[in-house]
Write a protein that binds this ligand. Structure first.
Ligand SMILES: [Cu+2]
Length: 93
C-alpha cells in the first residue's frame, strides 16, 4: 500500500490571494484546520472521484491496487468573488 500525500497548495494560495483582495488587516484571523480527507485508489479508480474540500485540507490517497499510481495535480482556475473579472490559473506541476 502506498500513501501519496498532498497539501492543497493551490487552495492555500487562493486563500492568501483572497486576503490580499479583501484588504488584509493587521490582525491574523483564526482559521480552524479542516479535518484530513482520504481518497482510496482501488481497481484503477479514485473513490471518491470528485472531492470538494475546504482551504487548508490535507488529502491522502491510499493505493489499494497492486500496481503503482499517482495523484498528479493539474490546472486550477480561480477568481475574486468581489471582482469576478479578476481571473487566474494555477498550474501545479
Ligand atoms: Cu478583487
Amino acid at each position: 500500500m502506498n500513501d501519496i500525500r498532498f497539501g492543497l497548495l493551490p487552495l492555500a494560495i487562493i486563500f492568501i490571494a483572497l486576503g490580499i483582495c479583501l484588504g488584509a488587516s493587521t490582525t491574523q484571523p483564526t482559521v480552524a484546520t479542516p479535518p484530513p480527507v482520504t481518497v482510496k485508489i482501488e481497481n484503477f479508480s479514485f473513490e471518491p472521484r470528485e472531492l470538494k474540500v475546504s482551504v487548508g485540507t490535507t488529502v491522502t490517497w491510499i493505493n489499494e491496487d497492486d500496481v503503482p499510481h499517482t495523484a498528479t495535480a493539474g490546472t486550477y482556475p480561480y477568481y475574486c468573488k468581489v471582482h469576478p473579472h479578476m481571473k487566474g490559473i494555477i498550474v501545479v506541476k
